[in-house]
Design a protein around this ligand. Structure first.
Ligand code: MN
Length: 281
């Protein structure tokens, strides 16, 4: 089975920002959004290093799960190396969320991967669903039943991520293997988008606009309209074709294996928000 995609991207610095610390990648078979954090230009550098690492997977028809995870781990090491090598970059980090076409024995799948609180959503049959799990303090509080998802949006610690690239030698990458269907629409976004727009609104925008480039622009434009203080990035990917090949198909349906890749993380890392400004002016 081979998967045919169409996609579009848009990004916009936050209202109070001079620079955009989000980076994104749309190099089939890999798509990603990274949201950098750190003083001065460091956040920008960290997110750029993350997507540049993944860009090395571009150009193939499909990749395998192990190489996606390996590239994320390499990006982690690369960011750490920069951060340890210079005062300017000390303490920088980045989230990364992505989608890749992976080829296995049971055919092509869409692999969602995540470290941090950027998100991957899937719109299927009119239903919008977050396919990634946030690595953030508020997500843990919601999972523990201590706060509601509504409270999480306004929570004072909503910007504390519990996993990021550039913090520890090892990074745990969560992956989900998704069964592609024609008509699936995926959205990769930074928290500047998911924090500024309610999910119903995101779903409505994705349903309203058939062209993925226009849909991405529409979403980011709505963040600006909502007064979004944080950088906002949208990568919209449509599955426009799924064709069978000689490869024997495995059982259909999404799987949700979490690939735990060595390492224990847990220390909080605070992502800068628009409200906190951007350091010295
Ligand atoms: Mn952000």
């Amino acid at each position: 089975m081979t998967v045919e995609l169409r996609w579009g991207t848009a990004t916009q610095p936050g209202r109070t920002r001079q620079r955009n610390e989000d980076s994104h990648l749309a190099e089939p078979p890999v798509f990603a959004v990274a949201d950098g954090m750190g003083g001065h230009a460091a956040g920008e550098v960290a997110s750029r290093l993350a997507v540049e690492g993944l860009a090395r997977l571009g150009g193939a028809q499909a990749v395998d799960v192990a190489s996606v995870v390996a590239m994320v781990r390499d990006a982690n090491s690369e960011i750490l190396r920069h951060s340890e090598g210079s005062e300017e970059f000390r303490g920088m980090g980045t989230t990364v969320v992505g989608l890749a076409v992976t080829r296995g024995l049971d055919g092509d799948r869409m692999l969602a991967f995540n470290v941090g609180d950027s998100r991957v959503y899937r719109l299927r049959d009119d239903r919008l669903e977050q396919m990634s799990v946030d690595h953030s303090e508020v997500a843990e509080l919601v999972a523990a039943g201590q706060i509601t998802p509504e409270e999480a949006v306004q929570h004072p610690r909503r910007n504390i991520v519990t996993r990021a690239l550039g913090v520890f030698d090892e990074v745990v990458v969560d992956v989900w293997a998704l069964d592609p269907q024609i008509g699936d629409r995926f959205l990769l976004c930074s928290d500047g988008l998911s924090g500024a727009l309610v999910e119903e609104h995101v779903g409505a925008a994705l349903r309203a606009e058939p062209d993925p480039s226009v849909a991405a622009l529409l979403l980011v434009g709505e963040v600006v309209e909502a007064g979004g203080a944080d950088d906002a990035t949208a990568v919209v990917i449509d599955v426009v074709g799924v064709s069978s090949s000689d490869v024997e198909e495995g059982p259909a349906g999404d799987t949700a294996p979490i690939v735990a890749v060595a390492g224990v993380l847990g220390a909080g890392l605070e992502a800068p928000t628009g409200e906190r400004g951007e350091g010295p002016k």
